[in-house]
Design a protein around this ligand. Sequence first.
Ligand SMILES: Nc1ncnc2c1ncn2[C@@H]1O[C@H](COP(=O)(O)OP(=O)(O)OP(=O)(O)O)[C@@H](O)[C@H]1O
Ligand SMILES: [Mg+2]
Length: 415
Amino acid sequence: MCYEYFGSYAEGLYKMATNKAVFILDNGAYTAKVGFSHSDHPRVIPNCIMKAKSERRRPFVGDQLEDCRDVSGLFYILPFQKGYLVNWDVQKNVWDYIFSKECCPVNFTEAPLIVTEPYFNFPSVQEAMTEIFFEEYECTSLLRINAGDLSCYNYMKKNAGTLCCLLVDSGYSFTHIAPYIKGKKLKQGIIRIDVGGKMLTNHLKEIISYRQLHVMDETHVMNQVKEDACFVSQNFLHDMEIARKRDAENTIARDYVLPDFTTLRRGYVRSIGTADKSSESEQQQILRLNNERFTVPEILFQPSDLGISQMGIPEAICHSISVCPAEAQSHLFANILLTGGCTLFPGFRERVEAEVRSRAPDHVDVRVTLPANPVTYAWQGGASLQQDPEFFNMTVSREEYEEEGHNLCFEKFDI
Ligand SMILES: Nc1ncnc2c1ncn2[C@@H]1O[C@H](COP(=O)(O)OP(=O)(O)OP(=O)(O)O)[C@@H](O)[C@H]1O
Ligand SMILES: [Mg+2]
């Protein structure tokens, strides 16, 4: 990886040999991906505090929500707003829970910490992060980094000999497109599209509330509806035509059986006309989903559908590549990497590949990779970065921080 080299190589190797596992916190606006580098998988913990109508007295922190029987009318308190950390009290509460015995006990005086933050994070937020981890959690060693840098590292490690990577991270608040050349991000090529999973869920809530049932207070359930039922269309106008058809000719329409939190805890998609005649199924509450199944994710490809005058993902990919050096462009087209929860919509990868293909110069190869788990991919990158001989030269130790303060952190952490 092409990071500035701050200490001696031998010193790095020595530190690596004397240290055990590193703790990695990919601190997303929707979920935190957490765990030690020697684990196979991180734990994925909702990064919020929730209050339920059914249990008004108890706030649920992170995955404590699993203890809540009835999650209807759930109220969310989020540390992030519009993609940036703003509510520190809430964030500290969630972190305290994550680092506690109940969740992922960690002793930061032993384990170095890798923590992620958004591209172009505000300097004031960066300073607060550094302070909290060194002063309140008493970290001995810290690396603050963009999640995209870890994803790119993971990709380059898995694809030996690859020099470039065009990262698409479609998460909760935003979608970012970021070109990496020889492991280093090209900042002038980074594009932020202000559409992510949160906006899609909100839009689905609005459409369903307007068309059939008031669900504006049911963010949790409607988010599940989105994840279970939506897909990315490969031919929007054709799918619109099918959605206008009736009965068996309409192959898009589905029923969504809503949870009632007594017999059914999580809803599910059901083909139309396959309900049995039992009294149980007569009591079920159903949503009929039709073109919303694909018009909602379409916003990622056509933000103008919601009045957002920004490029859709494929156009942004091509634009981002066009500002990169000419010799890197064909490599970037051939190494497009998808990460973040929204890339899990069925058809997402195929649509990106087809549209970028049609926009790219004829002679270049276009290859789009969707990893097995695009949500935890950055965390996995952190886990393998820990084995890199340069890793400890990328971190800042508590003594260094105490001596040199924030300036050293701004110098070393390229956010
Ligand atoms: N199977 C799925 N299909 C569609 N969307 C999904 C799926 N799984 C998760 N998502 C959506 O992905 C979003 C969260 O993605 P991710 O976990 O990458 O975000 P994050 O890392 O917490 O946030 P960010 O990177 O924006 O700070 C949520 O809106 C969630 O609903
Ligand atoms: Mg993320």
